[in-house]
Design a protein around this ligand. Structure first.
Ligand SMILES: NC(=O)C1=CN([C@@H]2O[C@H](COP(=O)(O)OP(=O)(O)OC[C@H]3O[C@@H](n4cnc5c(N)ncnc54)[C@H](O)[C@@H]3O)[C@@H](O)[C@H]2O)C=CC1
Ligand SMILES: C[N+](C)(C)CC(=O)CC(=O)[O-]
Length: 470
């Protein structure tokens, strides 16, 4: 059964939630009184459709429906999850909860608030036990973090249910156990932002220089380890203890002004705004969003290699989405979108990536005949000894492709596959690969006979595919 999420407020964050849920197969009902909301969400959905499928090396589920409702009541009625993403004003949020409660007494109400305490948010509700904070990060469709916070009246089971829901759409639910304004991430981000505003206010540095001071150094580290582990390493072999002994006292030196905030006068707001506009040069926010998304995809995909941080989350999501191989003839051994980091200076999928996708297809065949991760861990595997790839048509980032495979030989040590990569939209053949593999012992690094079960399954697949041609 398809799940339904109701989204109240379709701005930057509501649009991002709509994209994340819909692209993970949920039906979405949105209410936003802004007559421009549908157009704005359409633009976010377009960005997300391009970006999110590039994170995983498998096909995403079929997209859910996105319905724009005339009233809040129509959007909220009957939904198991109601995502609130209205402006950061307590009085607006209270009013919205009252409207939701008039038509829905069961669903989880998940506020996107960046820092208002859930105890405050639920204080006027009739059924406060179901209100939680689920604080996301922009762009919601790409960044996995969602901070979950319970209020004093929240039923503890809501957090457990929410963890399952958000993990199911590829997110990293971080339960903030102690309720505190600004939760964890925004307290950290805003400490830095306050300092940045002071530096700009006092003409110590421009917006561009302040961002360079992060993007070329600490920011790169923070994508994969937070402040604690980063400084643990900065202390050398003595770790964090050495770090605290040497640099701890500096925290009391006049390096920071962290507690007060520059007054947001019109002059100061214009000064910051003008510098940020100049920094963006001729790029408008929608252009910058695409650049940001491409960079995030590249970073998260590289973290996937080592199953680290956000990359481990994307890998876990991929495992949830990976279909069991179906013994069809030919077999669909890959179904995925071409990611941005697979393209080259010619603006199309680089030739090396054809090797990658056919290798991934061969791994699907290996798994289907029982030469899976456990088999490889037992010391037996297949090595490729020869491939012939024909590049027939170009393919580009964002295009959905499939690989269809037939096993053309499966006798004793030999396993030969003919793969054909096609464009999913029209079946056009983009490339073919004739791949010859030999069964090996990972101990001797020499060929050997496969185990009897694998041998039987390879022979059966070859028999089932006999006479087929691509
Ligand atoms: N912008 C950001 O980076 C982040 C924002 N948030 C939180 O998400 C929430 C929404 O923020 P944004 O999306 O940035 O704001 P936004 O201003 O982009 O969107 C708010 C939307 O709510 C709509 N709205 C206003 N009153 C409404 C009502 N009564 N019923 C339904 N819709 C209504 C507005 O028309 C607007 O489209 C806030 O609580 C904010 O703190 C959370 C994470 C990041
Ligand atoms: C600026 N902000 C407080 C709205 C930021 C967030 O809440 C999270 C984010 O995306 O950085």
């Amino acid at each position: 059964m398809t799940n339904t999420a109701s989204i109240i407020g379709g701005g930057v964050i509501g649009g991002g939630w709509a994209a994340r849920f819909a692209l993970n197969g949920w039906n979405v009902r949105i209410f936003d009184p802004d007559p421009e909301a549908e157009r704005k969400i359409g633009a976010v959905m377009d960005n997300a459709r391009r970006a999110l499928p590039m994170l995983v090396d498998v096909a995403m589920p079929a997209e859910g429906t996105v319905t724009f409702c005339e009233t809040l009541e129509a959007a909220a009625e009957g939904a198991a999850l109601i995502v609130e993403a209205v402006p950061e004003r307590t009085e607006i949020k209270h009013k919205v909860y009252a409207q939701i409660e008039a038509v829905n007494t069961e669903g989880i109400i998940a506020s996107s608030t960046s820092g208002i305490m859930p105890t405050e948010l639920q204080s006027q509700m009739v059924h406060p036990a179901r209100l939680i904070v689920a604080h996301p990060f922009n762009p919601v469709y790409l960044l996995p973090l969602v901070e979950l916070v319970a209020g004093a009246q929240t039923d503890a089971t809501m957090i457990e249910r929410a963890k399952e829901i958000y993990a199911g759409i590829g997110m990293y639910p971080l339960h903030c156990r102690v309720e505190i304004e600004g939760f964890l991430s925004d307290r950290l981000q805003e400490a830095l932002w306050r300092e940045a505003l002071w530096l700009l206010h006092d003409d110590v540095a421009t917006a561009e220089e302040i961002d360079a001071a992060i993007a070329y150094g600490p920011g790169l580290r923070w994508a994969q380890m937070g402040t604690m582990q980063t400084f643990h390493l900065a202390g050398g072999e003595g770790g964090m203890r050495s770090m605290l002994a040497m640099f701890g006292p500096c925290l009391k030196w006049p390096w920071t002004k962290l507690m007060d905030v520059p007054d947001l006068t019109d002059d100061f707001v214009n000064k910051v705004g003008d510098q940020c506009d100049r920094q963006a040069r001729d790029l408008v926010p929608r252009d910058l969003e695409r650049i940001r998304d491409n960079n995030l995809i590249g970073i998260i995909r590289s973290l996937k290699q080592g199953e680290w941080g956000a990359g481990a989350v994307a890998r876990a999501h991929e495992r949830q989405l990976r279909p069991e191989p179906v013994a069809a003839a030919p077999m669909i051994t890959q179904s995925r979108v071409v990611p941005v980091d697979w393209t080259d200076m010619n603006g199309h999928m680089n030739e090396g990536r054809y090797g990658q996708i056919f290798s991934d297809a061969a791994e699907t065949i290996m798994a289907a005949v029982g030469a899976d991760d456990d088999y490889v861990a037992s010391g037996l595997s297949y090595f490729t000894v020869e491939t012939t790839i024909k590049y027939l048509k170009e393919t580009h980032a964002g295009e959905r492709v499939q690989v269809r495979t037939i096993v053309t030989e499966g006798v004793r040590k030999k396993l030969r596959c003919l793969h054909e990569m096609v464009r999913a939209s029209d079946g056009e053949v983009l490339a073919t690969c004739d791949q010859f593999m030999l069964h090996v012992s990972l101990e001797t690094r020499r060929t050997c006979e496969p185990g009897p079960e694998v041998a039987a399954r390879v022979a059966a697949l070859a028999a089932a595919h006999e006479g087929l041609s691509q």
